[in-house]
Write a protein of this length. Structure first.
Length: 147
């Protein structure tokens, strides 16, 4: 599995705001959906975290909006793990318009690994950490699968 995960989507009419483009909050939803899909693809769907009794929660998001997305446009969310620490992980995202390669937004999420029973931050188990390739802030071409 490549380090950079590709999550394709099409902008729906329900995601359009009063300005005629995808609402800013929709980009955040795309990020979360892409991260969850990447985790599942790596063998860690929500149910596996539930059986472990621990998993990821968001500490912070950062999004830089560069260009709008419009209804029925195809968007490709690229996401990867940029860095990990004892109990946290930094995930980066790049949202692209495949038609012309335009970058619509860049983003990052800091995730913390927590015990579900008490909400306390815990060390990322080796089996979780080993499921991901840490690709750095700008992954090299060999870590990016073709779209």
């Amino acid at each position: 599995m490549p380090a950079v995960f590709h999550y394709p989507l099409t902008v729906t009419p329900a995601e359009i705001d009063q300005l005629g483009h995808a609402n800013n909050l929709v980009y955040l939803e795309w990020m979360i959906r892409a991260a969850l899909a990447h985790s599942a693809a790596q063998g860690w769907p929500a149910e596996r975290y539930e059986s472990l009794g621990a998993g990821w929660i968001v500490r912070s998001h950062e999004i830089k909006y560069l260009r709008p997305a419009f209804v029925h446009e195809e968007v490709l969310v690229r996401t990867w793990v940029a860095d990990t620490r004892r109990a946290s992980s930094l995930r980066r995202y790049r949202m692209l318009r495949p038609r012309d390669g335009a970058v619509l937004a860049t983003a990052a999420t800091e995730w913390a690994f927590v015990n579900f029973a008490n909400g306390g931050v815990v060390r990322i188990p080796p089996e979780v950490a080993e499921a991901y390739i840490v690709a750095g802030d700008e992954p090299s071409d060999e870590l990016i699968a073709p779209a």
